[in-house]
Design a binder for this molecule. Structure first.
Ligand SMILES: *[C@@H]1O[C@H](CO)[C@@H](O)[C@H](O)[C@H]1NC(C)=O
Ligand SMILES: *[C@@H]1O[C@H](CO)[C@@H](O)[C@H](O)[C@H]1NC(C)=O
Ligand SMILES: *[C@@H]1O[C@H](CO)[C@@H](O)[C@H](O)[C@H]1NC(C)=O
Ligand SMILES: *[C@@H]1O[C@H](CO)[C@@H](O)[C@H](O)[C@H]1NC(C)=O
Ligand SMILES: *[C@@H]1O[C@H](CO)[C@@H](O)[C@H](O)[C@H]1NC(C)=O
Ligand SMILES: *[C@@H]1O[C@H](CO)[C@@H](O)[C@H](O)[C@H]1NC(C)=O
Ligand SMILES: *[C@@H]1O[C@H](CO)[C@@H](O)[C@H](O)[C@H]1NC(C)=O
Length: 313
């Protein structure tokens, strides 16, 4: 009996060492989506059967055509109001989200302004606290009546003062959750998350952009493993989305955190994030012609042009 038991343990150890072990799966994981016009097949990887991703956002307020036919219950689209409305008569965000809901899309969460404490040159929406409060009450707060959960403006990791001023000034705002951004090492990540949780203990947090940028593969994977394990276990973390869903040679955060190699294959992190096993595909920088921030700029310019157009008519 005893021998038999030992044999079984040896067999078990051998099989776990040689089989491909799937990474933990989590319903909290989402996709910060930036389309890949050059490689449309990259977009589909995230929604293939087996992927554990449950939601996505695209820095805009209309679902990306690549995913718009997928039911909300399967892959929830979360609209974002990226920056300041063009003027007091600009109701596009509220109108469009309301229309989506009327048309039957179950919009259950929205994201507030993207990095309002950051300059445009770094992808921030550069807003004063007072204009953010004004725009919030006009264009965001009314969505509460439609049952939408409202996400605070997502400040940069140096933006806690901006957020504190916003929270103090926006007394009539409903803040259902606070989204955070963080780039750097594990101790900095832990500091930020615990500081924000201590300051707002009753508000759930989303970490909707994070990574350990521009470091080697090993520390990147260590950071990925440690943070995902923490985020999955902490009950005050409602959702998270790893930044780096694109190809390693089209990245502004270094190649090693990317979900896809330069050839569009899932990296270890890419596969783990979807709940799969390591692929041993090593990301590299083949060439760097544009960065993801360029794509965000295209979106920003489009939104500005749309706003100008509405001003003129
Ligand atoms: C938003 O709403 C405006 C005005 O109703 C409409 O013209 C526009 O197409 C909508 N945009 C998107 C991206 O759905
Ligand atoms: C809408 O989505 C939310 C969150 O995913 C869910 O709790 C709710 O049941 C959904 N409502 C409908 C009508 O499907
Ligand atoms: C921020 O926005 C103001 C206008 O509201 C503009 O004058 C300023 O140049 C912007 N600054 C940055 C750093 O983006
Ligand atoms: C909040 O709403 C109340 C009631 O409508 C109003 O009297 C008050 O001025 C508002 N406070 C702020 C800071 O906007
Ligand atoms: C982690 O990052 C923080 C903030 O950038 C820095 O102060 C600290 O020295 C770093 N720690 C290690 C172990 O590199
Ligand atoms: C990360 O987690 C995976 C899956 O559990 C494991 O195979 C890998 O060795 C870990 N890597 C590091 C650097 O901790
Ligand atoms: C990345 O590499 C692929 C080849 O694998 C190439 O076709 C593509 O143009 C590269 N993208 C960038 C942005 O350099």
């Amino acid at each position: 009996m005893r021998h038999h038991h030992q044999l079984l343990s040896v067999l078990f150890l051998a099989s776990s060492a040689f089989s491909q072990v799937a990474f933990s799966s989590s319903a909290k994981r989402g996709l910060p989506f930036v389309p890949s016009p050059q490689f449309p097949q990259d977009n589909q990887i995230r929604v293939e059967p087996g992927s554990d991703l449950t939601w996505f956002y695209n820095y805009m307020w209309a679902p990306s055509p690549e995913f718009s036919a997928i039911a909300q219950s399967h892959f929830e689209y979360v609209p974002m109001i990226w920056g300041a409305p063009a003027n007091d008569d600009d109701w596009n965000f509220l109108n469009n989200v309301t229309d989506m809901i009327k048309e039957g899309r179950n919009i259950s969460h929205m994201l507030g302004f993207n990095e309002p404490d950051g300059p445009w040159s770094q992808g921030g929406s550069n807003m004063s606290v007072s204009s953010a409060v004004e725009a919030w009450m006009r264009e965001i707060e009314p969505l509460k009546k439609l049952g939408v959960k409202l996400g605070a403006p997502a400040v940069t990791q140096r933006g806690q003062d901006w957020l504190a001023q916003f929270m103090a000034a926006c007394l009539n705002c409903t803040i259902d959750f606070i989204p955070l951004h963080y780039y750097g090492n594990l101790s900095g990540f832990q500091d930020l998350v615990s500081r924000v949780h201590t300051t707002y203990p009753n508000i759930k947090l989303w970490i909707n952009e994070f990574g350990f940028d521009h470091v080697a593969l090993q520390p990147t994977q260590e950071f990925f493993n440690d943070t995902t394990q923490f985020l999955d276990s902490a009950d005050y973390i409602e959702r998270y989305s790893w930044f780096g869903t694109f190809r390693s040679n089209a990245s502004n955060v270094g190649p090693n955190g990317c979900m896809l190699t330069q050839d569009g294959k899932l990296t270890d992190i890419g596969s783990w994030y979807l709940g799969g096993a390591a692929t041993n595909n090593v990301p590299s920088v083949a060439s760097k012609i544009y960065s993801i921030r360029t794509d965000i700029w295209v979106v920003v310019i489009l939104v500005m042009v749309m706003n100008l157009f509405w001003l003129m008519v």
